[in-house]
Write a protein that binds this ligand. Structure first.
Ligand SMILES: C[S@@+](CC[C@H](N)C(=O)[O-])C[C@H]1O[C@@H](n2cnc3c(N)ncnc32)[C@H](O)[C@@H]1O
Length: 265
């Protein structure tokens, strides 16, 4: 809720630590490539709901898109502001930061419609995804893209199994919630359920992808990947991008990225 900044205590952990890892790099890289397959060429307006510190939408601003980042957390918006200040002036001019709840996104952006509406890593923190998904679909222009990334309910046993918590793993096959890596309880969805929600709101699902797989499994298995080894990181990201597009790999990713397109109004 606006006014209750539950993300204040997580801002550093998420924005600085999680994204500094190889896994963080892979997430941004893979999803950026997946998005570019569906976005119109820049310039075009993009709304990032629950955009946090801008890790996904600032690269789009750098690519020439006009970005509106909407987030309910003042602490995360501060992080976004600090990161934005380090980018070239022309990129800064293409980004607008707005404080507000995603569930009131349409009002927060004064009815503007967007060529793409992103919502990555947010739905899992909400009890019911429907009100937010409705708003994402409303804010997309006719022909616009809706891009959702969230936890995959079908892979709940992966993390406890890799951490050798076997009793938890056994109990996780049909579980919908778990305490995530940030220490917050998260809820997972399925591609089918979110596709159905989109369809009911005029957005046709186009394609879905995995996000990270091997780096995630390696990390939980205890391997340390060096984010400063640029050559290795690039090679890793190339493998992850390929895995994210194919069965059975994408089905095993703990998060999925679903992209839909809004029909004519
Ligand atoms: C895990 S972070 C993801 C940030 C960003 N989308 C990314 O992928 O890097 C979740 C973000 O969602 C924001 N958030 C959570 N619930 C929200 C809501 N109901 N409306 C708007 N933002 C919300 C949090 O403040 C936080 O910045």
């Amino acid at each position: 809720m606006v006014g209750d900044d539950t993300w204040a205590s997580l801002a550093d952990k998420f924005a600085d630590e999680a994204y500094a890892s190889v896994k963080g790099y892979v997430r941004t890289h893979v999803m950026h490539q997946q998005l570019l397959e569906h976005l119109p060429p820049p310039p075009a307006p993009v709304l990032d709901v629950g955009g946090g510190a801008g890790h996904q939408s600032f690269p789009l601003a750098q690519a020439g898109y006009d970005v509106t980042l909407l987030d309910s957390s003042p602490a995360m918006l501060d992080k976004a502001r600090q990161r934005l200040a380090r980018l070239p002036g022309e990129v800064q001019h293409r980004v607008r930061l707005v404080r507000g709840d995603g569930e009131q996104a349409e009002e927060a952006v004064q009815g503007q419609r967007f060529a793409a509406v992103l919502c990555h890593g947010v739905l899992g923190y909400l009890e019911d995804p429907e009100p937010l998904v409705s708003q994402l679909c409303r804010c997309a222009d006719a022909g616009g893209v809706v891009s959702i990334m969230t936890g995959n309910a079908k892979t709940g046993a992966v993390r406890p199994a890799l951490e050798r918590r076997w009793a938890d793993a056994l109990a996780s096959f049909d579980a919908r919630t778990e305490i995530g890596v940030l220490g917050v309880r998260g809820r997972a969805d399925t591609v089918e359920e979110l596709s159905e929600l989109m369809r009911g709101r005029g957005v046709q699902p186009l394609r879905w992808y995995g996000v990270w797989l091997f780096v995630d499994w390696l990390e939980f298995g205890g391997a340390e990947l060096d984010p400063s080894d640029a050559q290795q990181v690039a090679a890793t990201a190339a493998v992850e991008l390929e895995a994210s597009r194919r069965d059975p790999y994408r089905q095993l990713s703990r998060v999925f990225h679903l992209v839909g397109r809004k029909g004519p109004n």
